[in-house]
Design a protein. Sequence first.
Length: 223
Amino acid sequence: MTQKTNLKKISVTAMLCALAYICMFVFKFKVSFLTFDFKDAILTVIAFLYGPIYAVVSSFLVAFIEFLSVSDTGVYGLIMNALSSAVFSATCGIIYKYRRTLLGAIFASVAAVLSMTAVMLVANIFITPFYMGVARADVAAMIPSLLLPFNLIKGIVNAAITMIIYKPITTALKKVGLSNNKTAKTDLKKFIPLALSALLLLIIAVIIILFALDGNFEIISKK
């Protein structure tokens, strides 16, 4: 691997990390004491482009910058934030690394949703009691009504957005000479129905957040 290729990878990763950080301010969902934004979708693009290691490093970097700059949840927020993003994006990166097809990308996204949900349920059981000052049993009681649906929907939203933005981003990078990465070859005839299906899934997920989970949606949030 040449130094020029490494420089391009680092440059693209830095730009996408900056975009992931910006997403935190532009869009945000709140459900009870839980929040999420769309940055995992951007971090997953990094995973698809360069693999799981780049994804994990980027996830912790963005979470750490958020912790230093605007977070009001302290170390708890840093751990949960970084863990969620890293598991989601790295799962996509690992599977897609060995199966670089459209079907592989879809399978990777489904696996990422399930993996992230499982890991975050365990993390909530062991970490949230210290943050909220409640018994572990109280947190466990929130699993069916809040934690499980929240994390599933969070994963679905980010997976859907990834499916919508991945091809436009990679196409733009190739046009400006910042990427010659081998990605799944998806022509317009295949991309349009995929994007429309992802958009429909995204709309359904947002409706569930707003009405079934009684959540809130913020555009241009202060934090």
